[in-house]
Design a protein around this ligand. Structure first.
Ligand SMILES: *[C@@H]1O[C@H](CO)[C@@H](O)[C@H](O)[C@H]1NC(C)=O
Ligand SMILES: *[C@@H]1O[C@H](CO)[C@@H](O)[C@H](O)[C@H]1NC(C)=O
Ligand SMILES: *[C@@H]1O[C@H](CO)[C@@H](O)[C@H](O)[C@H]1NC(C)=O
Length: 332
């Protein structure tokens, strides 16, 4: 009886083991056959290209919106070339829309097709390491490690004789980071569409903090109310479009708040590095730490302590929709 049962189990076992073996053999053979006939396909070639290609990063921010610190965190690290404010000399107090140049200070625009397209062309050229012009001294001074060769060269030679140092350092960098203040989200949409190497970090800050900082710096022309209106409107339009871009370009668009970076600098720096696929080191994290030690928390939220109610009321008057879309509180 037991013997019989044992035999049946044994046969069953042998049968199932052999069918598993045959099945595995069959899978293996079809794999061999497939790889034998498989031609390298376009998609896989592009994938490998993608992984060795450079990454272009655009930090989109507002003047006095925390972009100096964040630009430093992103641009002063290894294997990275930092392009500081490439559009500064294209339009000192304006920003570019598809067919307009608008004032950063007043709610005013003028029609132009040529200037915005020149700005876009210039940005694309910069990411290809074609960098020259009147912006170079500032880029060198703010550019950090990636501009050291150029800085050394310009100590003894004319700037134009040193441009090779820029090109060389830029071309060997995997990451090319640019901080840009003079754009609209409309133009960011166009750039994301045109450049598949591009990733965008959208740095937000409470507009009351931005305005307070601009006022302290004497940057609110013609007056603080007009400047608040202009900022609130631009920010609202930018943010509406950013919500769409965030959905369309999930892996290439990151929205981040300056206040969050100030509160938790290490955590949020890592978030940005991960977004870029930048392999940060202990040294980078130490840099972030020392950079945010001079109490960035204080700087980001300083205006809440001073609390100029007149100025806050100006911003509140025009920014209601902006607060809603960004999640900043209506009342402080
Ligand atoms: C470099 O950029 C400038 C400005 O956008 C452009 O006029 C010039 O043709 C570019 N040079 C090369 C070699 O692409
Ligand atoms: C920065 O300032 C805030 C508020 O003044 C304080 O709570 C925080 O501990 C300070 N952080 C550092 C690193 O000094
Ligand atoms: C507060 O803001 C108003 C409006 O911009 C300005 O006129 C005033 O000088 C500011 N007050 C202080 C103490 O900074």
């Amino acid at each position: 009886m037991y013997q019989l049962k044992y035999n049946i189990i044994r046969r069953g076992l042998i049968l199932s083991i052999s069918s598993i073996v045959i099945y595995l053999l069959w899978i293996y053979c079809s794999y061999i056959r497939d790889s034998w006939y498989r031609l390298p396909n376009r998609a896989s070639i592009q994938m490998t290209d993608q992984s060795t290609k450079r990454t272009d990063v655009l930090l989109f921010a507002y003047m006095r919106g925390g972009s100096t610190v964040v630009g430093h965190i992103l641009g002063h690290v290894s294997n990275t070339f930092y392009i500081y404010e490439p559009l500064l000399h294209e339009s000192v107090i304006g920003y570019f829309l598809a067919d307009k140049v608008c004032s950063i200070q007043k709610d005013e625009c003028r029609y132009s097709i040529e200037e915005p397209s020149r700005a876009i062309r210039l940005l694309k050229q910069n990411y290809l390491c074609n960098i020259s012009g009147p912006g170079l001294p500032l880029m060198r001074d703010k550019g950090g490690p990636s501009w050291q060769d150029f800085a050394k060269c310009t100590a003894t030679k004319a700037s134009t004789e040193c441009e090779k140092a820029i090109k060389d350092n830029c071309q060997k960098s995997t990451f090319r980071v640019s901080k840009v203040l003079r754009l609209s989200m409309r133009m960011i949409g166009q750039l994301l569409e045109d450049m598949d190497t591009l990733k965008v970090i959208f740095l937000l800050r409470d507009p009351r903090g931005i305005m307070a900082s601009r006022q302290t710096m004497g940057m609110t022309f013609p007056d603080s109310e007009t400047a608040s209106e202009s900022l609130c409107k631009k920010m609202y339009v930018d943010c509406s479009l950013a919500n769409l871009l965030e959905k369309t370009y999930k892996k290439r668009f990151l929205k981040i708040k300056y206040e969050d970076i100030a509160d938790r600098p290490i955590e949020n720096a890592k978030r940005m590095y991960d977004f870029m696929n930048y392999p940060y080191t202990k040294h980078d994290i130490e840099m972030v730490f020392s950079l945010t030690q001079g109490n960035a928390t204080k700087r980001a939220k300083h205006w809440l302590q001073e609390k100029n109610t007149t100025l806050i009321e100006y911003v509140n008057k025009y920014c209601e929709q902006t607060f809603e879309i960004t999640g900043y509180p209506l009342r402080v």
